[in-house]
Design a protein around this ligand. Structure first.
Ligand code: G2I
Length: 463
């Protein structure tokens, strides 16, 4: 990579020939100012959780309730941050088939069409579950129940065929505690152990394009319950029963903390030849403790190649199923919490700043890095990263910038880069010392080589 040899405050960026021609009548100062204005509308997307996760080959989703989509702040937070949605209740049996063979998809359709309009993926939740099951199901004979279960799977999956990336085919079929036994349910009690296999086999015949998951809670570490699920998945893989993924709900609080072997547990399932997904993540708490727990979960997923994505169980604390525990990434006023910053940083993204209320967390609160593209031309662009000190003054800062292959950085100004692979780590040139709340910026020129994706600007660290 060519870099500006004059790290000492060049006033004007080096621009390659085409960029210089396109911008020859604009001074560097005007360029920077114009860039900020022109790109203000993009700033949110740059920092979004979904984008940061996508750069790591993962999705980052949330549970969504159809009845909140009309609330502007709810919808705008959803749209700006997430790239996958799970209907929180709208695809459950009682919602879609409250009377036998009479299906109503309107609330779930609302979520799916919102997601499609915004380019988000959809997780299907859930086909066979003992809870939120209408009374008529439990009254059926074994023969009728088998037929009703297969009909339910077939009708619901057919309705959404091609629109769902992963289905929770069976949910929560095992007991808590040390028995490793199946949970009592109409399906278990009348159809026996084979009901899970039957559900997966039916599901595969309906939508071969959807990943078929088994989903459960308290299976997040290695314990009797997760061992039982592990044995089932192993058996399914050995016998060719179609299962593609295991969902780890990951509902955590002080009684049920993030297990120390969380990553190892994900990995042992992945080693069976299935994807793993974090499906209903929420962690009660607040501040840096909550942020640190979220970091553990995201890092564990990133460390397991087959961990394909994470979903948090709601957009805002105020609509959480356990809102008093404030377990989510946005507070009741849609402010980003320290947990949000921690997740974004763990995903390698950078905080968009603005409404963090001085509550930066996750150990990266000393500075923030905000990216904007200041100019673009056929074959290249200039990027600018604004580094802002947090509540205390700093004397140096570090920001990782990853340009997607085969892009190449051809110049850097107002910063000193070192490069390893695609990651360029930028430290100050002359501009390391910043008073509390003060900012500086560095810039760089990129040759796109055909890939016009934005670079991923990681978390700012300072001392
Ligand atoms: O319980 C947390 C989750 C555990 N894993 C499976 C998930 O599907 C489950 O989600 C929760 C929803 O977040 C709640 O919103 O499932 C609950 C039902 O088991 C949902 O609660 C229900 C209420 O119990 C109902 O009274 C209410 O009508 O939500 C319904 C719709 O708002």
């Amino acid at each position: 990579m060519a870099q500006n040899p004059h790290g000492e405050a060049p006033a004007r960026p080096f621009l390659p020939a085409r960029g210089r021609r396109a911008l020859s009548f604009v001074t560097a100062g005007v360029l920077a100012a114009a860039g900020v204005v022109a790109l203000a509308g993009n700033a949110q997307a740059v920092g979004a959780l979904g984008d940061a996760a996508a750069a790591k080959g993962r999705y980052f989703g949330t549970a969504v309730a159809a009845n909140h989509l009309g609330e502007a702040a709810y919808a705008s937070t959803l749209d700006a941050q997430f790239d996958s949605v799970t209907p929180e209740n709208e695809m459950k049996w009682d919602a879609v088939e409250s009377s036998r063979n009479s299906f109503s998809f309107s609330a779930a359709d609302q979520i799916v069409s919102h997601a499609q309009t915004k380019g988000m993926k959809v997780r299907g939740h859930t086909l066979v579950w003992h809870s939120q099951l209408p009374g008529w199901v439990s009254g059926l004979s074994a023969t009728e129940l088998r037929s009703a279960m297969n009909n339910h799977i077939t009708q619901v999956m057919t309705h959404y065929k091609g629109k769902i990336h992963s289905w929770d085919v069976v949910n929560e079929a095992y007991q808590d505690g040390s028995s490793g036994a199946r949970r009592s349910s109409p399906f278990q009690d009348k159809l026996g152990n084979g009901f899970i296999e039957e559900a997966f086999r039916t599901a595969r015949t309906v939508d071969a394009g959807a990943k078929l998951c088994y989903n459960d809670y308290n299976t997040d570490g290695q314990n009797a319950k997760s061992n039982a699920v592990y044995d089932m998945v192993k058996d399914f893989k050995q016998r060719g029963v179609p299962i593609d993924c295991v969902g780890f709900q990951s509902h955590f609080n002080s009684n049920s903390p993030v297990p120390s072997d969380y990553q190892a547990n994900l990995q042992r399932f992945a080693d069976l030849g299935v994807d793993v997904q974090i499906t209903e993540l929420d962690i009660e708490g607040s501040g840096s403790a909550q942020a640190a727990n979220y970091t553990k979960v995201v890092n564990a997923c990133l460390a397991v190649t087959r961990c394909t994505g994470l979903t948090v169980w709601g957009v805002t604390d105020k609509y959480s199923w356990r809102s008093s525990g404030t377990p989510l990434l946005f507070d009741g006023d849609y402010n980003k919490k320290p947990a949000y910053d921690a997740v974004l940083a763990a995903l390698g993204g950078s905080s968009g700043g603005g409404d963090d209320g001085g509550e930066d967390g996750g150990g990266t609160g000393a500075c923030t890095a905000t990216y904007s593209q200041t100019s673009t031309w056929n074959g290249g662009y200039n990027g600018e990263v604004t580094v802002k000190a947090g509540g205390s003054g700093i004397t140096t800062w570090t920001v990782p910038v990853t340009v997607p292959s085969p892009q190449k950085v051809s110049a850097v100004w107002n910063g000193t880069p070192t490069t390893s692979g695609d990651v360029m780590t930028v430290r100050p040139a002359w501009n390391g010392t910043l008073a509390a709340g003060a900012s500086t910026s560095f810039g760089f020129t990129v040759t796109t080589n055909g890939n016009t994706s934005a670079p991923v600007v990681g978390a700012c660290t300072a001392s």
